[in-house]
Design a protein around this ligand. Structure first.
Ligand code: FMN
Length: 385
């Protein structure tokens, strides 16, 4: 089992994660994690904070001599902006009233979280509810990707649309699997769509608007047989949906055709099974998105998600002051115009974590060598069919 917890506030000293369950002997490189952290921070439409933060991971435990020990891995990402917030976020000092948030922002956890935890200063809510936490999730995802690479599984996310732009064509060749590290963080495959997207972001920024969008994450060369149909909580599709839905602002997750399947006749919604000696069993199409009955079927896993527009608007929505109960504009925190490309990188991490967890569950092993032996045995069994 692969599990992790994260800690940390948006403007606190640092974000941390403790990851447990990775086998011993896996080569881990901090720079590789930092590359994914940088990809999360890129993307047209991100706010000023991205210029302040340049996330760097520090591994505090569980790795020695560049290899995992099998013990819990602790990672830390310092919040560089903390220097500017030390007094507000101090553990002992009284909260700095000047930074108190008393006008809850629609579309955020502010009011519901404030009522739940009995906070009158919504900063106590937003500091943890903020998507800043996803930085350390991306670090965990980078570790998961390293494990998956050992089994030839690769993951690539790309943006399909932003702010209602025409959706990009979805045709990924296997040669395109390596995600861009520098430049555009997640590629939009269609140049015309990309131009349209940039125009929409600029227009939105000019009028204090924000935009959502749709992105897709593909996992290539996932072996057949991850997940199970035997219990609701063993289904791979359900685990993927939960992990991607847990990213702030994600409001819909589809696998394969998703909602479109509901509109097609059965003959156009499923995938014909075929067989070739050199390939074994395969599907002629991939409408199921690589999962049938909660089990990976050997085809590319395709997860699509819809992100709502960023809720903090340059021209704030109406709200009510928590104390006076008077109508007032919602508070404004420094904010992005859109974060769809970043959410896509985070979703890559979410998908990687789920797949790595299922690989560990299926192939077990306390060391990477043991896991690889188990994997090879299974692959031989599948090939001998
Ligand atoms: C990468 C990323 C960046 C985000 N940046 C902002 C932002 O700058 N301002 C904002 O108001 N919301 C931002 N959000 C969205 C909020 O975190 C999210 O809408 C809010 O926490 C409420 O959660 P919910 O939308 O899941 O209900 C961002 C989300 C993600 C995934």
């Amino acid at each position: 089992m692969l599990r992790f917890l994260t800690g940390g506030e948006s403007h606190g000293m640092a974000l941390t994660a403790i990851v447990e369950g990775l086998p011993a002997g896996l080569g881990v490189d901090q720079e590789m994690i930092n590359r994914d952290l940088a990809r999360r921070q890129m993307g047209y439409g991100r706010g000023q904070r991205m210029q302040i933060e340049s996330d760097q991971v520090q591994i505090l435990s569980g790795v020695r001599g560049g290899k995992t020990l099998g013990s819990p891995i602790t990672m830390q990402i310092r919040n560089r902006d903390w220097e500017n917030w030390k007094e507000v976020m101090a553990v002992k000092a009284p909260a700095n009233e000047a930074r108190a948030v008393t006008r809850p922002r629609p579309g955020h956890a502010d009011l519901a979280g404030g009522i739940k935890y009995d906070h009158k200063d919504f900063r106590n809510v937003l500091e943890r509810a903020s998507a800043r936490e996803t930085a350390v999730r991306v670090a965990v995802g980078a570790l998961a990707k390293v494990l998956l690479q050992r089994f030839h599984v690769s993951i690539l996310g790309h943006v399909l649309s932003i702010g209602g732009s025409r959706r990009s064509r979805v045709e990924l060749a296997r040669s395109e699997v390596q995600p861009a590290v520098e430049g555009s963080p997640v590629r939009c495959l269609d140049g015309e769509v990309e131009k349209d997207i940039l125009g929409r972001i600029e227009k939105a920024q000019a009028v204090g608007e924000t935009l959502g969008g749709v992105f897709e994450v593909c996992a290539f060369d996932v072996p057949v047989g991850l997940g199970s149909y035997v219990h609701w909580d063993k289904r791979l599709d359900a685990d993927l949906a939960r992990a991607v839905m847990s990213i702030p602002a994600i409001k819909g997750v589809e696998i394969g055709l998703g909602f479109e399947a509901a509109e097609r006749p059965g003959s156009e919604a499923h995938d014909v099974i075929n067989y070739r000696r050199d390939r074994g069993f395969f599907r002629e199409t991939n409408r199921a998105g690589g999962i049938e009955g909660g089990v990976s079927n050997g085809e590319t896993i395709v997860v699509r998600a819809a992100m709502k527009p960023i809720p903090t608007l340059g021209s704030p929505l109406r709200s009510i002051h928590i104390i006076s109960k008077r109508e007032s504009e919602a508070a404004v925190e420094r904010s992005d115009v859109t974060a769809v490309p970043s959410a896509c990188v985070i979703a890559e991490a979410a998908v990687a974590i789920v797949l790595a967890g299922h690989m560990i569950q299926k192939f077990g092993g306390d060391s990477i060598e043991e896991m690889q032996r188990n994997y090879q045995g299974y692959i031989s069994q599948v090939k001998s069919l």
